[in-house]
Design a protein around this ligand. Structure first.
Ligand SMILES: Cc1cc2nc3c(=O)[nH]c(=O)nc-3n(C[C@H](O)[C@H](O)[C@H](O)COP(=O)(O)OP(=O)(O)OC[C@H]3O[C@@H](n4cnc5c(N)ncnc54)[C@H](O)[C@@H]3O)c2cc1C
Length: 363
């Protein structure tokens, strides 16, 4: 396994639970310090999938798996992932944008998604104390929720180690060694490892190996930034998701305002420009958050590929699989990715649910 983000550790844990010997290679000194540690932790299939289809199904399946996945993780690691079906309020400040939200609700209802009628006035403001008066309407998705991404990473690392996964940090994979149909890697310091099967879960850095694996779809970084405030004046149970961003509160009261989407290559640092933008999002959705004591800002690079995640065997080698390009939804999609990729490894063939996300698809 290359990569110790939520995807790499998730797949490693599943494989170890199925009885396989697994090694995770991570170039950083510590696990889980890539994109996964930057995530807000929303489990929000209803606002992320724009239309019915395979991506929506993947999101929905994973959303349904989260409760038991979090339960097993907590049991095996002793770490509380702060899993919470807190509900999400999708709001708009523009009456012109409401028809699009309602059209989405129509197909979601026909797919069996739990969603309220259109809320406005006092009924809307009851859901979130302190909601801005600029918000004109909203839809409540009571089954959407969140986890704490740092806690999930911590739980996965402990669970992996307890299940016998070997985690090698400081192992920077420089090249793949596929000679003679093998599945090996060579580190920057020339250490070599061979395996029966190699899973690439290197997040936004996965792109470097794709052409030699016959994959025609590129993986590109999309920067996202979040600002956090402490001791906000309101206690918010629901996630508030607006037209330009979202506000959500962690159990500790830390309140996150996110997130930008910027194509700036591997420039993974936070910027003042984004800080301004996030302050406007807070003002538009829950104004008091913009006046709470500022805590800190961070940035992460989402792994994006046209057409959605890249999951399964690569065209050049059946012994090398991809588990990457989860873009905005790697936390949400971790359980389903872990289970399907683990099955693909153990069964020697990609499960049907992975076929729409095949690394062999045309760009
Ligand atoms: C601001 C922001 C908010 C987000 N919010 C949410 C959210 O609310 N909900 C949600 O579901 N998703 C969210 N996401 C998306 C989510 O964080 C990502 O989709 C997910 O973390 C990707 O996980 P990963 O394991 O693929 O990548 P990473 O977590 O980046 O893990 C990849 C690992 O591979 C390692 N690596 C890279 N190259 C090498 C190499 N050569 N050798 C060895 N190791 C290597 C890296 O060091 C890294 O540790 C958000 C992302 C951002 C940036």
């Amino acid at each position: 396994m290359i990569g110790s983000g939520v995807i790499g550790l998730g797949v490693a844990w599943e494989l170890a639970r199925m009885g396989l010997r697994v090694t995770v290679l991570e170039r950083d000194r510590r696990c889980g310090e890539g994109t996964s540690s930057a995530a807000a932790g929303m489990l929000a299939a209803s606002v992320e999938a724009a239309a019915p289809g395979p991506f929506f199904e993947l999101c929905r399946t994973s959303s349904g798996l989260w409760e038991s996945w979090a339960g097993s993780l907590e049991e095996e690691s002793g770490v509380d992932c702060e899993y919470d079906r807190c509900g999400l309020l999708r709001v708009t400040c523009s009456a012109d944008l409401l028809p699009a939200l309602e059209a989405r609700r129509d197909w979601q209802l026909s797919e069996g998604i739990a969603v309220s009628e259109t809320l406005s006035g006092p009924r809307l403001h009851e859901e979130v104390p302190g909601l801005s008066s600029e918000v004109v309407a909203g839809l409540l998705y009571p089954m959407e929720g969140q986890v704490h991404s740092h806690r999930v990473l911590e739980a996965l690392e402990v669970a992996c180690r307890r299940a016998g996964v070997r985690i090698e940090t400081g192992f920077d994979v420089a090249t793949l060694d596929l000679d003679g149909g093998g599945a090996g890697v060579v580190a920057a310091d020339n250490r070599r490892l061979q395996a029966d099967c190699l899973v690439l879960a290197a997040g936004p850095w996965s792109g470097r190996w794709l052409s030699e694996l016959g994959v025609l779809v590129a993986v590109e970084p999309v920067r996202g930034q979040i600002a956090a405030v402490d001791q906000p004046l309101v206690s918010m149970r629901r996630i508030v998701f607006g037209d330009h961003g979202y506000v959500l509160q962690k159990r500790s009261g830390l309140t996150l305002v996110g997130a930008t989407e910027e194509m700036v290559g591997f420039a993974g640092w936070p910027t003042l420009a984004a800080f301004n933008q996030l302050a406007r999002v807070a003002g538009e959705l829950v104004p008091s958050v913009a006046f709470a004591p500022y805590s800190h800002t961070w940035a992460g690079l989402r792994p994006y590929a046209r057409g959605g995640p890249l999951l399964g065997r690569t065209p050049v080698s059946a012994r090398v699989l991809l588990a990457t390009a989860h873009h905005r939804n790697g936390i949400l999609l971790a359980p389903v990715t872990a289970q399907l990729i683990a099955r693909a490894v153990v069964e020697g063939a990609d499960p049907d649910a992975l076929l729409p996300f095949s690394p062999g698809r045309v760009a």
